[in-house]
Design a protein around this ligand. Structure first.
Ligand code: TMP
Length: 220
């Protein structure tokens, strides 16, 4: 029986593209690159981020990333990330795509599998159930995974001017390694959706590889 709670998903040409990776991997820079390209090509698009991307989501983001939220339970963490995502899906993503606009998002559903599932050890099957309800079948068309050496990513985070590390960034190296390996495991399971880029290299090389792989695979 068809699940009526699922969003009607308008097909082509609108695409949902998510950018994922550990903190400091450079995904925001790469997303800006694609945004510039789409602007030049006059393809309508919006950009957004998670957690956040809506007024409600941005309030949830503050709670999630505040270092003072140190006593947050892992269940509360999952549900808050999911609440922000549900709001973004309902308020922004589905309507943009139904209007024919691409959506580029700085993190989406895979971040919860990687950080809360692989990083915190939250049960993956349960997470999948929660996420299926959260995004109502609006899975990304392509997910760009910037895979980066932990030390390089952490040194990039340190080099950010004066920015205080948020609650998740403050986690130790072991946690970030688990997240990195988690992302790679997710990508291995869905090779047709994920594009993995070696983000330990200089940005120009990453951008070049991105364009080569992205246009080739988008049609698949
Ligand atoms: P950002 O720094 O890339 O904006 O992401 C915010 C932080 O939240 C980052 O450390 C990753 C983390 N995060 C999760 O733990 N789970 C999630 O579902 C999402 C979207 C982000």
């Amino acid at each position: 029986m068809q699940d009526k709670s699922k969003h009607p998903r308008l097909a082509l040409p609108a695409k949902l593209i998510s950018f994922e990776g550990i903190d400091g991997c450079g995904k925001s820079t790469l997303m800006d690159q694609l945004a510039n390209w789409l602007t030049k090509a006059q393809i309508p698009f919006i950009t957004t981020r998670e957690p956040g991307g809506t007024p409600i989501g941005e309030k949830i983001r503050e709670i999630l990333l505040d270092p003072a939220s140190s006593e947050m339970s892992s269940r509360a963490e999952v549900l808050l990330y999911s609440a922000s995502r549900a709001q973004l899906t309902d308020q922004v993503i589905v309507s943009a795509m139904n209007n024919g606009s691409w959506v580029l998002t700085d993190r989406f559903v895979d971040a919860t599998f990687a950080y809360q599932g692989f990083g915190r050890g939250f049960d993956l099957d349960r997470l999948r159930m929660i996420q299926e309800w959260t995004i109502k079948d609006v899975w990304p068309d392509k997910t760009i995974l910037l895979d980066c050496d932990i030390d390089i990513a952490l040194s990039r985070l340190k080099a950010r001017d004066g920015a205080e590390r948020d609650r998740i960034e403050q986690e130790d190296k072991t946690f970030h390694s688990k997240v990195r390996n988690g992302y790679l495991a997710l990508a291995k399971k869905e090779p047709e959706r994920f594009i993995i880029l070696d983000a330990s290299r200089p940005l120009e090389d990453v951008i070049k590889e991105f364009y080569e792989k992205f246009w080739k695979q988008l049609g698949n």
